[in-house]
Structure formats: C-alpha cells, structure tokens
Design a protein around this ligand. Structure first.
Ligand code: NDP
Length: 324
C-alpha cells in the first residue's frame, strides 16, 4: 500500500479517516498542559486524526489545541478528524446524548467526526465514571448494547457526530449490532489493542469482511501504567526482531511497529507527549516494509494483551473471555 502523509481509509459511511492518529490518553504523571501543547505539536507535525475520550479528562485542553490551530490558520475544522468516546456510565439509551454533549462542551466543538462506545462493559448509569457499592466494588449494569447503539444512531441523525463506531468489542458483540433488526448505520470501526505482540489477525479478517476498519491502540506497547499493565510483560519497542528490522532500514522501532499495522490496512494510533517522538512517529508513513519483513514481524505475535482490565471480568459484557 502506498501511503502519503494525507493517506486515509474510506469508512463504510463514506467519511475519510486518516491512517495515523494522535493518541491523547496520558497517565497522571503528565500534566493537562502537556496534552494541550502536545496536541498542538501533533497538528503542526501533520497529524489530522486525533483520538480522545471523556475518560481521559483532558478534552478541554485537546479541544483548546484544535481550536487554536484552526484560529491560527494551520488547519480548517473539516481537515481534522476527532474521535470521542462514550464511557460505561452513559450506555443507558437516555444517557448517550448526555455523554456526547459533555464532550462537545469540553471540546467546544459543534460536532465529533467519530463517536465510539468506549468499552462494551457498562457501569451503573449516572455521573460517576466508576460507581462503587458500600464495599468498594464496581457496580456493573447490563443494558442491551443494541439499545445503546440505537441511541448512538440518533446522535448521528441529530448531526452531533458524523460517524459512529465501537471500541474493545469482540466478534460476538460486533455481530449483535450487525444483525440487529432495523440497523440504520453499521459501526464504521472497532478500535482495539493491536501491536506486534497482539496482531489481531482473526478480528482483522472479520472486520475486513464486514467493511469495518480496525483501529489499533497501544501500538507502541502502551504507557505501561502500574497497576494496569503487568510490569514484567515484554516491551514492544524492545523486541529483538522489531529492532533488527528497524536497524536494517535506519528507522526507529516505533516507526516499524506502526508501519507493520498500516501495511495490514489497520489505522494506527500513537501517543507521545515528547515533541521529537510526535514528529518521528508520523514518519511511519514514508517508508515501506518488505514482504519478508512483514512475515518476520507476523511471527512475533504472542497474543499478549496489555490492557485486560481483570477487575471488569465479572461484567456480563466483558469482551475478552472470547478468543477474539
Ligand atoms: P502507545 O502504545 O501509543 O504508547 C505510548 C507510550 O510510548 C508513551 O509512554 C510514550 O512516551 C511512548 N512513546 C511514544 N513514541 C515513542 C517513540 N517514538 N519511542 C519511544 N517511546 C515512545 O500507548 P497508548 O496506550 O496511549 O495508545 C495510544 C492511544 O490509543 C491512546 O493515547 C488513546 O488515545 C488510545 N487508546 C484507546 C483505548 C481504548 O480503550 N479505546 C485504550 C488505550 C489507548 P512519551 O509520551 O513520554 O513520549
């Protein structure tokens, strides 16, 4: 696939999604000011796809960065592709629009380019993002995901979002939506963890067969947040095969890790709040891996998921009990 800095995939609803996205989730060790400055650097470096979420608690700053780059003439609003996400406390149909409007208000934008159900797992409806009972246990909820989807469709019909999709769904959960009676809009994408250690070949094949784009997150191996990610797990960017390929091509391991996904038709998100790395990662677009390199990277797969989120396993909607 020949990729250029403005390369995009055409979604099943006709809108275009740039193939590299700038990730805005950052652990608490980073400041909100860094989210603001880094998003500006990303737009200056050429990123047009920005991945955010209400959960990341920085949509105020990310929105400010986007608007400032529009105001100074670097980009037009229609050139930016912003993704927002509905958190699990807002999956009850009557709360979906409330969740969306909170993001729009924080961002100070009139519409989102893409709105995703962030995770199939649902929590008790309300303003609390992680509601717990008197014993400190998370309170799960179980709205039929098809009801949530109908409310997502209504947000699209209201002109508040251009495209709608899902994130962290397994095949069965995707099929629930695809097969629902009266489906108006198919999900345009499924955003899932995807990298050389979890290459998602089966889910990718299924998504392609349904004209659903697979968007990969934690492509560089995630921020490895303590308590969330097993600190003993191997690191993507230190993998010997990845490093051998990178060295041969005089590229960075991060660029090769991203390029591996791009050449398989996956949209790659990458987060960095370091200006040099932000620029470096965007240059995953200007080189090519040979079939042989792709094959050797295929073999690195270990079905290793960094973000399994074990405390959510008790939810009836936990997605990772299934093989894919
Ligand atoms: P990534 O895999 O993008 O990795 C981020 C880490 O890699 C940071 O520690 C960053 O450090 C470091 N890094 C970035 N570039 C380089 C480089 N060139 N060389 C070495 N290290 C580098 O992590 P995320 O898990 O954040 O995934 C990306 C995005 O995907 C998120 O920000 C978010 O938008 C989205 N996401 C979505 C999820 C979902 O449930 N839908 C879940 C998780 C992520 P530094 O910043 O200090 O440079």
């Amino acid at each position: 696939m020949a990729l250029k800095p403005d390369s995009y995939v055409v979604l099943n609803d006709g809108y275009k999604m740039p193939v590299i996205g700038f990730g805005t989730y950052a652990p608490d060790t980073y400041t909100k000011e860094q989210a603001l400055e880094s998003t500006k650097v990303a737009i200056e470096a050429g990123y047009r796809h920005i991945d955010g979420a209400f959960l990341y608690r920085n949509e105020v700053q990310v929105g400010q960065a986007i608007r400032s780059k529009i105001a100074d003439g670097t980009v037009k609003r229609e050139e930016i592709f912003y993704t927002g996400k509905l958190w699990g406390n807002n999956q009850a149909p009557e709360r979906v629009r409330i969740g969306l409007e909170k993001s729009l208000k924080d961002l100070q934008l009139d519409y989102l380019d893409l709105f995703l159900i962030h995770f199939p797992v649902e929590f008790k409806p309300g303003d609390d993002l992680f509601p717990v009972d008197e014993n400190g246990k998370l309170i799960f909820h179980n709205t039929d995901i098809r009801e949530t989807w109908k409310a997502m469709e209504a947000c699209r019909d209201a002109g508040l979002v251009r495209s709608i999709g899902v994130s962290n769904f397994n095949r069965r959960q995707l099929e629930l939506i695809l097969n629902m009676p009266g489906l108006k809009y198919k999900p345009v994408c499924n955003q899932v963890e995807c990298h050389i250690f979890l290459n998602q070949s089966k889910l990718l094949e299924f998504c392609k067969s349904q004209d659903i784009v697979l968007v990969g997150y934690s492509v560089l191996g995630s921020s490895r947040v303590k308590g969330g990610v097993d600190q003993d797990s191997p690191k993507v960017l230190e993998d010997p095969i990845l490093n051998t390929v990178a060295k041969k091509l005089s590229r960075s391991p991060a660029q090769v890790a991203m390029r591996y996904l791009l050449q398989r038709g996956i949209v790659a998100l990458a987060k960095s709040f370091t200006p040099e790395r932000i620029k470096q990662n965007f240059q995953a677009l200007d080189f090519k891996l040979s079939d042989e390199d792709m094959k050797s990277l295929d073999e690195v797969n270990k079905n290793l998921r960094y973000l399994s989120i074990h405390p959510w396993k008790e939810s009836p909607k936990y997605p990772y009990h299934d093989e894919y």
